[in-house]
Design a protein around this ligand. Structure first.
Ligand SMILES: [Zn+2]
Length: 354
């Protein structure tokens, strides 16, 4: 009898272990293996509202995926900069102003691109900023200051991002190309040449990256064009999935200039890129999107109507601590208020196929 009880206990224990193991395995059946992390630099709620007033539309496509608000403070300030905030979005840790991919003690933090690579994913960053700008840098480099350009470029060249594409700048083009050459990156400054480059490590410092809505831009290359190329590159002969970070940088930069029309042109350029992405993801079930901002810039108020769109709607001289909007595609959560560090954890789940 004693023997029988023992055998029964063993059997039950085995059943329990097997059930647990199958449950765990069951969790790992998500078809979602691709992550697109989109950042509207400096994009508060009213940057979107005023853009809609100008465009005379009630809603932009991405707004149907509204998921809540995000707090943006950093380790040493209620009002963050792009470096500290992008570090939080990319690594899940708060850090100090100006720090790029380092914790407040100066220790390297593992970013989502490095984690993606450890899962065999292809990785890319496309931005309307220079590739060493604070936001792309915090997703691809480690440096004590966002102004340590050479450190950032060297770190990116030896880092885990396969494709880095941004706006051309003489500083990046001439003094930093050699760091990428040394690490085996192919390099181009032409979008036409870029489109012919389909594999290997690639860096593009692309001339004339600008909003097609900016009347003073000369034959601009839009963010949408860069995104189209990046998605082709990321999916060519790739079964393991990818992580792509897309940044619209000039919402922030034009807000610093308190130039509302240029800001709106930049927002429309980002919106076009997102429309393309939404169309692209709608044809498949393997891609999730996290779209947010790193912080609000210059306390922008909402105009009463299109005619009232004016530079005076900016009410602050710098970034503010206002919460920023969050949009999620193919990610389910009941949470509606997030800290920016928590978005990293959502991103990590996608990367790990959990
Ligand atoms: Zn800024």
């Amino acid at each position: 009898m004693k023997k029988l009880t023992k055998a029964l206990c063993c059997c039950l224990a085995l059943c329990f272990v097997l059930t647990f193991a199958f449950t765990l395995a069951g969790c790992n059946t998500s078809p979602v293996k691709n992550l697109i992390y989109i950042i509207g630099d400096g994009m508060g709620f009213n940057h979107i509202e005023n853009t809609k007033l100008y465009m005379e539309v009630d809603q932009l496509n991405f707004e149907q995926f509204y998921a809540g608000e995000v707090t943006t403070h950093c380790a040493d300030s209620d009002i963050t900069d792009s470096a500290a905030s992008a570090t939080a979005l990319a690594t899940g840790k708060k850090t100090n102003l100006d720090y790029v991919g380092l914790d407040p003690d100066g220790k390297k933090l593992k970013n989502i691109m490095e984690i993606s690579k450890s899962y065999g994913k292809r990785t890319a960053i496309v931005t309307t900023d220079v590739i060493g700008g604070a936001t792309p840098a915090s997703f691809s480099a480690h440096a004590e200051s966002r102004d340590d350009t050479v450190d950032i470029i060297k770190s990116q060249a030896s880092g885990k991002v396969d494709l880095l594409v941004g706006k051309w700048s003489s500083a990046y083009a001439y003094s930093n190309k050699k760091h990428f050459d040394e690490k085996g990156f192919a390099y181009t400054e032409s979008v036409d040449e870029l489109k012919t480059m389909q594999s290997g490590k690639i860096v593009g410092n692309i001339q004339n990256v600008d909003s097609i809505y900016n009347p003073s831009a000369d034959n601009p290359t839009s963010l949408k064009t860069l995104v189209e190329y990046a998605l082709d590159y990321l999916t060519k002969d790739n079964k393991k999935g990818f992580t792509l970070m897309v940044e619209g940088a000039y919402i922030d930069k034009h807000s610093h200039e308190q130039d509302i029309m240029s800001m709106i042109y930049a927002m429309m350029d980002l919106n076009d890129a997102i429309d393309y992405i939404l169309e692209w993801v709608s044809k498949r079930d393997d891609t999730a999107i996290i779209f947010t901002a790193d912080h609000e810039t210059c306390g922008l108020q909402k105009a009463e109507n299109k005619d009232a769109l004016d530079d005076d709607l900016y009410t602050a001289d710098y970034h503010t601590s206002a919460n920023v909007p969050l949009y999620l595609y193919n990610i389910t959560t009941d949470q509606t208020l997030f800290d920016n560090t928590e978005l990293f954890h959502l991103a990590k789940k996608i990367v790990k196929n959990r």
